[in-house]
Design a protein around this ligand. Structure first.
Ligand SMILES: *Cc1c(COP(=O)(O)O)cnc(C)c1O
Length: 375
């Protein structure tokens, strides 16, 4: 097996993959309607439930062919009964995306907004639930990938349940990295896609959620044909297959990624992401960069960094210099503030971050940006 040129992706997914995962895509051609392939998907779905500690009698994983946004679309349009309302606890770009999905489907919704650099005010969430008994679904984002802010999902889930609502969480940027336990974290539905925490490829997304609630949703208005949770679930239950063509090669890669996930282990993998994130924070500190999110509210996977005020600073030029050296950095996602992001996803470790900061230092010197950077 020849080594593939290794790029260090510090963007918020797709993430750096191992060569064994890359090569797992190279398999003999197979029609995905063969029993052999359905058998592979069964094990895959079971593993996806196990990663978040779901009881397979209660939780199931439903696979979709698409990027991660598809999961948000599927959950919101499929799990809302007629004449009921969605509450989006919104403090960032990804919860805003959920609001846009509600708008696109014409779903009654409350967009409960909080500042992007703060955890939500739980008392206000509770007051909203109390005043609006029509709320049937509460949605939020675990790690707001736009800023790296961690949301208190366990507390939000407990509130949702106290007021009789279903709790759906966008865990796309924590799943298989920051440990999640659907029982303790009060999660009815969570979601992710293969190219982030699992360190596989784009094209496979999945919702992990309660079977009973999916079965109930068969009676809800069908607002999408392709993106309907019950239809896809029902097809898996009856045939073991996706309703339509699955992303065959990504599924083979993801099976290998899962073998590597179990070999590294939940605790070992989270420890690695944590030391990578700490190395990122330390490197930023040493160069004088300021982060947006205060340390105790960081999810430990995405550093959101303010642009320095140096006249020679140009994000594009810094990006290009890093890219030429094999490192990808990413723009921020906060309107009204100029930021960039460095993420601790993927098959990388501390030496990669040390190498990145040597490269960044070179690029800053080349551009004449003063170090430590100025604000
Ligand atoms: C990456 C991500 C998504 C999905 O984005 P796609 O571009 O559709 O893959 C959704 N939610 C969060 C929180 C994410 O980080």
């Amino acid at each position: 097996m020849e080594a593939v040129k290794r790029n260090i992706l510090l963007n918020p997914g797709p993430s750096t993959t191992t060569d064994t995962v890359k090569y797992a895509q190279v398999v003999p051609d197979i029609c995905p309607r063969e029993a052999e392939f359905a058998g592979l998907m069964k094990g895959l779905r079971e593993d996806l439930v196990k990663i978040v500690h779901g009881d397979p009698a209660i939780y199931t994983a439903v696979l979709f062919c698409g990027s991660g946004t598809m999961n948000i679309d599927v959950c919101l349009n499929s799990l809302l009964p007629a004449d009921r309302t969605v509450l989006v606890v919104n403090n960032g770009a990804y919860s805003t995306r959920a609001v846009e999905i509600c708008r696109a489907y014409g779903l009654p919704h409350i967009d409960l907004r909080f500042p992007v650099d703060e955890q939500p005010d739980l008392a206000l969430v509770e007051q909203t639930l109390r005043e609006h008994p029509e709320i049937a679904l509460v949605h939020t984002t675990h790690n707001e990938t736009g800023t790296g802010l961690l949301n208190p999902i366990r507390e939000l889930g407990a509130l949702a349940h106290r007021y009789g609502a279903v709790f759906t969480v966008d865990t796309t940027s924590t799943y298989a990295m920051r440990p999640i336990d659907v029982n303790r974290d009060n999660i009815d539905f969570c979601m992710a896609s293969a190219q982030k925490g699992l360190m596989s490829f784009t094209g496979l997304s999945f919702v992990v959620g309660r079977r009973e609630l999916i079965e109930q949703s068969a009676a809800y208005p069908m607002r999408s044909y392709y993106c309907n949770l019950f239809l896809q679930y029902d097809n898996f239950e009856k045939t073991g297959e996706m309703h339509f063509t699955p992303p065959v090669q990504t599924i083979y890669a993801t099976l290998q990624a899962l073998r590597e996930y179990w070999a590294e282990g939940e605790a070992g993998k989270w420890a690695r992401h944590t030391r990578v994130f700490e190395a990122i924070c330390q490197g930023l500190d040493e160069l004088g960069f300021r982060q947006v999110i205060r340390p105790e509210w960081r999810a430990g996977l995405v550093a959101s960094v303010r642009y320095p005020s140096d006249p020679n600073w140009s994000f594009q030029a810094v990006h290009d210099g890093c890219y030429r050296r094999g490192f990808t950095i990413y723009p921020g996602k906060i309107s009204g503030a100029d930021t960039f992001r460095l993420c601790a996803l993927g098959a990388i470790d501390v030496p990669d971050i040390e190498a990145f900061f040597r490269a960044l230092r070179e690029v800053l010197d080349e551009l004449g940006v003063k170090v430590p950077v100025q604000y």
